[in-house]
Design a protein around this ligand. Structure first.
Ligand code: IVH
Length: 676
């Protein structure tokens, strides 16, 4: 298809989406199904991703919300709804405080109290109450005039419809934020770009019955017009709001001094991803209402408040190089080495490019200027390339056809199930022959869920590999400790500790053993299922000698992909040799078949603190072997809290409150011995 035709097709789709939107929001008519509507929107997104020359200001991908509907009557706010000035860093806060001191003609040593309130990213609304009755609700509109959305606001449970408290003013505008919780937004993800749009779209439905279907929330934080409000500070006002039946933000605090404001800001920014609502900063309000009155407003914002915005979770940088990392399964992962940038307080210098297909799709090249995103604990990644800044002489990145570590051919496997080639390119050796793969396999072998050797982390694997102390998993059990004792940084005690932890792990459960082999597609759960099915290590040997791979198909959860992978693994003589060597060193226990009617049946346990001579994992498995179950919260459903050394105090307190039985290790073992 030529460029013009593509453009025409694209514009037509945008026109269509906007037509359906207008029908829906202004006339409340659904001319097509939601699914079809979403499909057209997705086609637009796909086209934009595929063709860089497609851009249109009316595209639904650029729209934050919908135009205010013509359906709502406009109403004047009795007191304008202002916006807030912004601060971005500590320097801005210090300057802000200085200005306040100057304005109020105060000395620097005065402590000014702030009400620090998380800034919810929703839609603000002003609710007028007359004689205690919810009379009218307006959207912010342009600040002076809002839309009368009373009927829609009335559907929100958090908004009290009648307030009978004596001290509730006779006439007042209560202002706050309408928003949707992230967990509720999950269900509406296909209809709206983000929670804010969902809240805004829902509030502007013509039919309040439609609004009602959407679980909107309301948090109150300020007032507009008032008659009869007799309160001296913002924090007292917030307390009153609560008494009157409004929801207020649980993270509101009263603080003094910019240092404390900064600490609170960092603390909340850290928690930001765990909250069930989106916040984009903290609002600081001078707590004292007399000061607020004296400070007054500038053009469109009060002098007595400022919004301390969180830094964006993305930034612009340049790709200096593209590295190829090789994983345990031979997967080649491209990683962009970028000019270090600070994103939300963390310096980012690497960003994953995922795999070959993803790189092709985004056509990412060395030298490109890119937008990098870092969200939560996820590895930073590249969102898009700024093509306008691409250098003329830049070349397409060619993915290596040979493994950069061992030189074997790299391949993209054909997935028989999806009938497509894998998005990932892999080193075809896939075994210990490739140095990088081997190191990653050994890291997996010693990892927490596998052999879990205390003090034998990733760094030690790399070090011992470099020193040629280990090449294969079995080498871990044949270490030359005398040689290690002579190495820098190793003393007698640390070598003795290492030796002890390695020897301790010579006895291993069957499921951990299977998992530690690092068979592709055989994670913890599949390893457990296979171990339960085969029961003993002896049976495992027989299983692969007889090549009875398809027998595993009867296990619920094991499919063709896993079988193929198991087959490949056990048809590889190198792997069999490793298993044989390990079997000479290790004691591989038989799979434990959990009795449903064990002595701890129907009893729930929770552990806190360090147990003596027993890992938490072992304690858990003992409980489970005796048909007990482990739960992760202190609640009414908990029967026993087992406490070890340095337990979490809060857990004990909660357990006491709920009258949960508390046992120390000995008491617990006694119960176990008595009943088993
Ligand atoms: S006070 C004049 N308090 O932030 C005072 N606003 O940029 C302005 N917002 O339109 C309102 N949380 O939508 C205030 N605790 C809070 C807030 C808050 C969120 C929003 C509100 C306002 C915008 C100002």
């Amino acid at each position: 298809m030529n460029k013009d035709l593509i453009k025409k097709k694209y514009k037509k789709k945008i026109k269509l989406v906007n037509h359906y939107n207008q029908k829906y929001y202004d006339e409340n008519i659904s001319e097509i199904s939601d699914a079809k509507f979403d499909q057209i929107k997705k086609e637009i997104v796909d086209l934009e991703n595929k063709y860089d020359f497609l851009r249109d200001e009316n595209s639904p991908t650029l729209k934050v919300g919908f135009k205010p509907s013509k359906n709502f009557k406009k109403e004047e706010h009795r007191i304008p709804m202002l916006s807030l000035a912004n601060a971005f860093d500590e320097k801005d806060l210090i300057n802000y405080e200085k200005k306040i001191f100057n304005y109020l003609d105060k000395k620097d040593n005065l402590q000014i109290e702030y009400s620090a309130e998380p800034k919810i990213d929703g839609i603000s609304a002003s609710l007028t109450y007359k004689g205690g009755k919810f009379f009218r609700g307006l959207s912010r509109g342009d600040g002076n005039q809002g839309e009368d959305i009373t009927l829609n606001l009335q559907t929100i449970e958090d908004i009290p419809k009648f307030i009978s408290e004596k001290d509730f003013p006779d006439d007042i505008d209560i202002r706050g934020e309408v928003f949707i919780q992230n967990s509720d937004f999950e269900k509406l993800k296909n209809k709206f770009a983000n929670p804010r749009n969902a809240a805004s779209g829902s509030l502007r439905q013509k039919d309040p019955n439609e609004t009602k279907k959407i679980p909107l929330k309301f948090i109150a934080y300020t007032y507009g017009y008032e008659n009869g409000l007799n309160i001296n500070s913002q924090s007292d006002f917030l307390k009153k709001l609560k008494q009157w039946g409004f929801k207020i933000n649980l993270l509101n605090k009263v603080l003094t001094g910019t240092k404390n404001l900064m600490d609170n800001y960092h603390e909340i920014e850290k928690k930001r991803n765990e909250l069930d609502f989106d916040i984009d900063g903290i609002v600081y309000k001078i707590n004292n209402f007399d000061f607020q009155k004296r400070l007054g407003n500038v053009a469109n914002a009060p002098r007595w408040a400022i919004a301390h915005k969180f830094s964006a979770n993305n930034g612009v940088s340049k790709i200096n190089d593209i590295d190829i990392q090789i994983g345990r399964t031979g997967a080649l992962t491209p990683v962009a080495k970028i000019n270090p940038i600070n994103i939300g307080g963390v310096v980012v210098s690497n960003a994953t490019l995922h795999n070959e297909d993803e790189m092709d799709r985004k056509d990412i090249r060395i030298g490109d200027t890119v937008i990098v995103e870092r969200a939560g604990d996820v590895i930073p990644h590249i969102i898009s390339v700024d093509l306008s800044k691409r250098l003329k002489q830049s070349n397409k990145f060619i993915f290596p056809k040979k493994c950069p570590s061992c030189g074997s051919k790299t391949v993209k496997e054909f997935n028989t199930l999806t009938k497509k080639k894998d998005a990932v390119r892999r080193c075809s050796s896939e075994g210990f022959g490739c140095e990088k793969v081997a190191i990653e396999k050994i890291k997996h072998f010693v990892s927490k869920e596998a052999f879990n050797i205390d003090g034998f982390g990733k760094k030690i694997v790399e070090k011992f590999w470099d020193l040629k102390l280990i090449k294969l998993p079995q080498d871990i059990f044949k270490l030359n400790y005398e040689k290690i004792a002579l190495m820098d940084g190793w003393g007698k005690q640390s070598v003795a500790n290492l030796k002890f932890s390695i020897n301790e792990r010579k006895t291993i459960s069957f499921e951990r053993f299977i998992y530690s082999l690092g068979i592709r597609h055989i994670g913890l759960e599949n390893a457990r299922l296979i171990s339960k099915h085969l029961k003993t290590f002896k049976n495992l040997i027989q299983f692969y000698k007889d090549k009875k791979f398809n027998d595993l198909l009867i296990i619920d959860g094991i499919g063709e992909t896993q079988i193929n992978s198991v087959k490949n693994f056990f048809l590889n003589s190198e792997n069999l040799k490793i298993i044989d060597e390990l079997s000479k060193i290790l004691k591989i226990e038989n799979a434990i078949i959990i009795k449903k009617d064990g002595s701890l049946a129907n009893k729930t346990f929770m552990l806190t603190g360090k147990l003596n001579g027993m890992s938490r994992a072992e304690a858990k498995s003992i409980i489970e072997q005796n048909s007990g179950s482990i739960i992760s919260n202190v609640s009414k459903n908990l029967d026993f809290l087992i406490i070890g050394e340095k337990p979490t105090k809060r857990k004990i307190e909660n357990a006491k409150k709920l009258k949960v039985k508390i046992l120390n290790q000995n008491e617990w073992l006694k119960i176990l011995n008595k009943t088993s």
